[in-house]
Design a binder for this molecule. Structure first.
Ligand code: UDP
Length: 436
């Protein structure tokens, strides 16, 4: 199959950990690569955010990344990209020429707009079915972030429109299917393919956890005194308030009261540049919380860590904490499980599915530092339980979340949508109603 992926802000080639570079980048990169390995021809279209990027980057056999000029060639926050989606659609159409793909798979709602426009314009060359994966939904974001949500107001109606208009939706977890239904999207055209985990990279085989501790202790960008501690809690992710890093910091004094004061909280994510990390308002906010609670010397902020170093960091931890307010899917818990580390997970969104309570980790209610402290305490007190949960996590990650399996499920969705569109011989409604 000839497959076009559209991922407006999340390039598969970007460094991870910044405000807008995380799970979607990993997802698009791994899914595309695994589809290419299954014999498909995959092109990923993403916005050029740096003038020096080449037009086309051949990544591996069957996989190319194409940078499209859509708005200024610099980083623009993802929520400000809406005005450039028409241009992105133009660039995609231009690259297709007469040679349209069999299917176009859009990631994030704005990419859906560009994909639907491009597919609509290409109708002369035959219908191109559009498959949509949202990765995050505005309705959920608004519910949790309220006025702090920086999404454009038009998302409230454009996102459901994308869902209703696309030929097929690939959701990442059952929770998302309920949310899609609430947006008026027909569940009959929704299938589930979760995010996956790179099992070659993330595994519990090698025992380099101890050396990872030595290598990274002292590199602390936060400048805190990171003397070796008996226990390590790890957080990995983009440093944005909704990830709930502050809740884990708030759990540290409670852990100390319970006799667990020799504990380090290692935080990975944010900028790769120490100076920029220092200037990040979210980093400053988290440090202030740690200072006020008298636990600053227990908190180490590493900033962005390259992909290859991540498995060692995971294995260096006793517990990985994932305590967001909400989480569309969450790849980090899968990576922790694949590395054999138990996860303390807020029981929200995709985490309810990936982390099995009392099997591969412990669920806690969202926004509850006391519950986090209790769960971490339970795990730190019991090395046998940790090891058992770690092994169960590895088994679960291997049996359910390989990218090859995710790619196979996604391929199935492409094949059924192709068959359906051939049967119907349908074409798109005109898109004039949608003004970008
Ligand atoms: N990540 C990384 N280095 C960092 C910070 C994050 O490689 O410094 C990766 C992390 O390992 C995971 C992804 O970024 O693969 C975050 O994905 P997740 O789905 O957990 O969160 P999202 O970014 O989608 O909110």
């Amino acid at each position: 199959m000839k497959i076009s992926m559209v991922s407006e802000h999340a390039s598969p080639l970007a460094a991870l950990g910044g405000v807008d570079a995380g799970g979607q980048n990993v997802h698009v990169a791994a899914l595309s690569s695994n589809l290419a390995r299954r014999g498909h021809q995959v092109t990923v279209y993403t916005r050029r955010d740096d003038p020096d990027l080449p037009a086309k980057v051949p990544v591996e056999h069957g996989l190319t990344v194409v940078h499209i000029d859509a708005g200024p060639a610099k980083h623009i926050p993802k929520d400000d990209l809406l005005p450039f989606m028409s241009q992105l659609a133009d660039g995609i159409c231009q690259d297709w020429g007469e040679n349209v793909p069999d299917v176009v798979h859009a990631h994030f709602w704005m990419s859906g707009l560009a994909a639907l426009q491009a597919a609509g314009r290409a109708q002369g060359s035959g219908k191109v079915p559009v498959v949509q994966t949202f990765h995050a939904l505005g309705a959920v974001k608004r519910r949790h972030q309220g006025a702090a949500d920086t999404s454009p107001a038009a998302r409230a109606w454009l996102e459901p429109w994308v869902g209703r208009t696309a030929d097929w939706i690939v959701a990442t977890c059952p929770d998302e299917v309920f949310e899609l239904k609430a947006l008026g999207i027909n569940p009959a055209k929704v299938s589930i393919a979760p995010c996956g985990v790179d099992l070659e990279l993330f595994n519990g085989k090698s025992d380099d956890g101890a050396s990872a501790r030595v290598a990274y202790d002292g590199k602390a960008c936060s400048g805190t005194g990171s003397r070796p501690r008996k226990h390590r809690i790890l957080i990995v992710g983009r440093l944005v308030p909704r990830k709930g890093v502050d809740l884990v910091i708030q759990s540290l004094p409670l852990l100390a009261e319970a006799g667990f004061e020799d504990v380090e909280l290692l935080i990975v994510g944010g900028s790769g540049d120490a100076l920029a990390l220092d200037e990040d308002p979210e980093v400053q906010r988290l440090r202030a919380i740690a200072r006020d609670l008298g636990v600053a010397d227990q908190v180490t902020m590493l900033g962005q860590v390259p992909r290859g170093a991540m498995p060692g960091i995971f294995r260096s931890a006793d517990v990985v904490a994932c305590t967001p307010w909400y989480e569309p899917f969450g790849i980090v818990p899968l990576e922790a499980m694949a590395c054999g580390v138990p996860v303390v997970a807020a029981a929200v969104g995709g985490l309810r599915e990936t982390v099995v309570d009392h099997r591969t980790g412990l669920h806690v209610p969202p926004r509850d530092p006391e519950a986090i402290a209790a769960a971490v305490q339970e795990l730190l007190a019991d090395p046998v339980l940790r090891a058992e949960m770690g092994r169960a996590g590895m088994r679960r990650a291997r049996s359910r979340y390989s990218w090859d399996r995710v790619a196979a499920d996604t391929e199935k969705a492409y094949r059924s949508v192709l068959a359906a569109s051939r049967r119907a011989g349908d074409s798109y409604e005109p898109l004039e109603g949608v003004v970008l």
